[in-house]
Design a binder for this molecule. Structure first.
Ligand SMILES: Cc1cc2nc3c(=O)[nH]c(=O)nc-3n(C[C@H](O)[C@H](O)[C@H](O)COP(=O)(O)OP(=O)(O)OC[C@H]3O[C@@H](n4cnc5c(N)ncnc54)[C@H](O)[C@@H]3O)c2cc1C
Length: 384
């Protein structure tokens, strides 16, 4: 078993790192505290060929692998944590699931602006009464001639204030097999967004309201029976969430290490106190272990969709390691770690969210246990 990166992968890492240091290092703190989507970063990344890393060249992408995208994400996040969200949008997020199932017409209409960093896509899955129990969603399509009418509501949609196209999970009929998805563009009649709310991480989200929105036949992404395919695609989005969690933990670790090597108290540098040395040992073990699980999921994903079980294991480990390292780094850095002048507190707030988003830690453990026992365990009350 070879744990080393290939020469090409190392060269790619170096080039992404060079790009990030040149264009993103300055302003990293301000960027993290700005609520809006960093469009300037999107343009820079698109011009650098950092969007559509996993898409084929004929689709306007780079023809790379999931592992390439993971390596790029790590390098960006280590220089500018907030910019990693932009890489997410151009590679892992709603766009990736969309790209997996897009028709030629979708490709022609939407891929260009998304890959040039001029537009961003969002995914509306969660509803007020359908969070972890996503298959309880009630947003639905009813027939109207050749097309459909969409009614319902979504909450918590990332980039909801900025996206121009939304992949909306919806119901065409009863049960899991009745679930599919449609594309909704901002500005379509009957589609409105609510007042912005702020997450703890300073990201904005708005509720999405669909009031009899006309969905032309070509705006259906996946019809009834599409749910499992959508979740298979969503596993790539999970890898993006997982990678950012790990990378922000690593960012915080490195900042804390530098601080511990230079900051003196009681006449010696912090690194000489064993109580703090052990924190670094624990952080290193957590981050390295989680990274191996992430790389396994990414490498085995090749240039297709990764294995659900490997992703669930990696997400669970990286979400925890990222948050643990960020939180411990904050403790090591004392008041400086807690201050908004540095990005450690941002890493704590951000990594905390990924323990909930994209399938909570608990839902990941449910998924992992199903893999362990080779059977599914219904979370619903027993039928009487
Ligand atoms: C930063 C962030 C970004 C997000 N982005 C998006 C987005 O772009 N699009 C979108 O559609 N949604 C998004 N979400 C929503 C996210 O997917 C949901 O918050 C998540 O699925 C959990 O649903 P919930 O909040 O309704 O919590 P609930 O489902 O109500 O769960 C509450 C708690 O109960 C636990 N729980 C629930 N069921 C079980 C069970 N069977 N076993 C054990 N524990 C259980 C959960 O793990 C959680 O701890 C985002 C959320 C966050 C925080």
């Amino acid at each position: 078993m070879d744990f080393s990166l290939s020469a090409d992968q190392v060269a790619f890492q170096d080039s992404v790192r060079g790009f990030a240091e040149k264009h993103l290092a300055a302003g990293a703190v301000e960027r993290a505290h700005n609520v809006g989507f960093p469009w300037d970063v999107a343009k820079l990344m698109a011009d650098q060929g950092l969007f559509g890393i996993m898409l084929s060249e004929e689709d306007g992408g780079q023809g790379g692998t999931l592992m390439d995208a993971v390596l790029a994400m790590e390098q960006i996040a280590l220089v500018c944590p907030r910019s990693a969200d932009v890489l997410q949008a151009g590679n892992f997020g709603a766009f990736r699931t969309f790209a997996q199932y897009a028709t030629p017409l979708h490709r022609e209409k939407y891929f260009g602006p998304l890959l040039r960093g001029e537009a961003v896509a969002a995914v509306g899955m969660t509803e007020p009464d359908a969070g972890s129990a996503l298959t309880d969603l009630t947003t639905h399509c009813t027939r109207d001639g050749e097309g459909w009418r969409l009614n319902g509501q979504k909450i918590f949609t990332t980039n909801s204030g900025e996206a121009s196209v939304f992949v909306v999970y919806c119901r065409f009929g009863p049960g899991v097999d009745g679930i599919g998805s449609v594309l909704v563009e901002r500005g379509m009649e009957g589609f409105t967004t609510g007042a912005p709310s702020l997450y703890m991480n300073d990201e904005e989200w708005c509720a999405l309201f669909f009031d009899n929105v006309y969905i032309a036949p070509e705006m259906v992404l996946l019809g009834p029976g599409g749910f499992k395919k959508q979740i298979a695609g969503f596993n790539v989005e999970r890898v993006g969430n997982t990678t950012r969690a790990l990378a922000l933990g690593e960012y915080a670790f490195r900042e804390a290490k530098l601080h511990a090597e230079t900051r003196k108290q009681f006449g010696r540098v912090l690194a000489e106190f064993q109580g703090l040395q052990w924190k670094f040992a624990e952080m290193r073990v957590a981050l390295d272990g989680a990274r191996l699980l992430l790389y396994r999921a990414a490498v085995n994903g090749g240039n297709g969709l990764p294995d659900a079980q490997e992703v669930a294991i990696a997400k669970y480990a990286c979400n925890q390691a990222g948050w643990f390292a960020s939180n411990e780094a904050m403790q090591v850095m004392g008041g400086m770690g807690y201050s908004k002048d540095m990005l450690i507190e941002y890493c704590v707030r951000r990594t905390r969210g990924w323990m909930i988003a994209g399938g909570s830690l608990e839902m990941m453990k449910n998924r992992i246990a199903e893999g362990v026992f080779g059977r599914s365990f219904s979370q619903r009350p027993p039928k009487k």
